[in-house]
Design a protein around this ligand. Structure first.
Ligand code: ATP
Length: 240
């Protein structure tokens, strides 16, 4: 079983041609911890995650995964090394069943009986999915789709998981279930998670550390506990 790896961003600057959207961002996600990436709509969270997974080029700065600079490493090789991303919008294959979606995700690492065992492991974490294993992706509820997107990413035992707004539009009970799975993966496997969320309360409830982005810059980098309990800090950086 693979364990988590450290992810480090150093002076990351990224843009879309005009003024940079991320400007000299430093973030450290120690192995086996959950870091919440917070900030208003448009702060640059999605841009940051897409740069780490290799979908967007960095203008400058470094992305260091398990001590290795990822400059020039393709999206596919990043995934093979254990970097997994669950994009906003919970992409699953609409025409395939839950079972087929999971097997497809697991194929990156497992075959045969080990693949079946890995799929069963996901059903153990997400019981609603087990009941829907023969339903097609397009028949699932939003919560079931998010669980499937997450299941498909974690089945291959990633070392670092990047999540973009998993709670968006979901009922509080489903959000709690998803956060509990993340907490379990961190505690039991030492998975490293970078969790972009606008749902600050849910994210800080599981995170070890919180990083607040504003207009492409890190404005706060604190233990989650401080952001949870210090109302002056929350007012200053999170607006509530
Ligand atoms: P959201 O909650 O909407 O995902 P975010 O914090 O993830 O917000 P980004 O999506 O990274 O923020 O966007 C940061 C900035 O980059 C915004 O000003 C946005 O308009 C701009 N931006 C995002 N994608 C593009 C693009 N493809 N081309 C040009 N500008 C973009």
């Amino acid at each position: 079983e693979r364990t988590g790896a450290e992810l480090r961003l150093e002076g990351l600057t990224v843009g879309y041609g005009g003024a940079p959207v991320l400007r000299g961002v430093d973030v450290r996600v120690p192995a086996g911890t959950i870091v919440a990436l917070l900030g208003a709509n448009g702060a640059g969270k999605t841009t940051l995650l897409r740069t780490v997974s290799g979908l967007l080029p960095a203008a400058s700065g470094r992305i260091v995964f398990d001590g290795v600079d990822l400059a020039g490493v393709s999206v596919e090789d990043r995934a093979r090394a254990g970097l997994a991303q669950v994009p906003e919008g919970r992409s699953v294959v609409a025409e395939l069943t839950v079972d087929e979606n999971l097997r497809l995700g697991g194929l990156q690492r497992f075959r045969g009986r080990r693949l079946t065992a890995a799929v069963d492991g996901i059903y153990g974490m997400f019981e609603p999915l087990a009941r829907r294993r023969r339903a097609a992706g397009h028949q699932l509820s939003g919560g079931e789709r998010q669980m499937l997107a997450l299941g498909r990413a974690i089945i291959a035992e990633p070392r670092v998981l990047l999540l973009d707004e998993p709670s968006l539009g979901l009922a509080p009970r489903v959000v709690a279930q998803i956060m509990a799975v993340l907490r379990g993966l961190r505690d039991e496997r030492g998975l490293t998670v970078l969790l972009a969320e606008q749902n600050v309360t849910s994210a800080l409830a599981v995170a070890d550390h919180g990083v607040v982005l504003n207009l492409g810059e890190v404005v706060a980098d604190r233990p989650a506990e401080d952001l949870r309990t210090d109302s002056a800090l929350r007012h200053a950086y999170l607006g509530f």
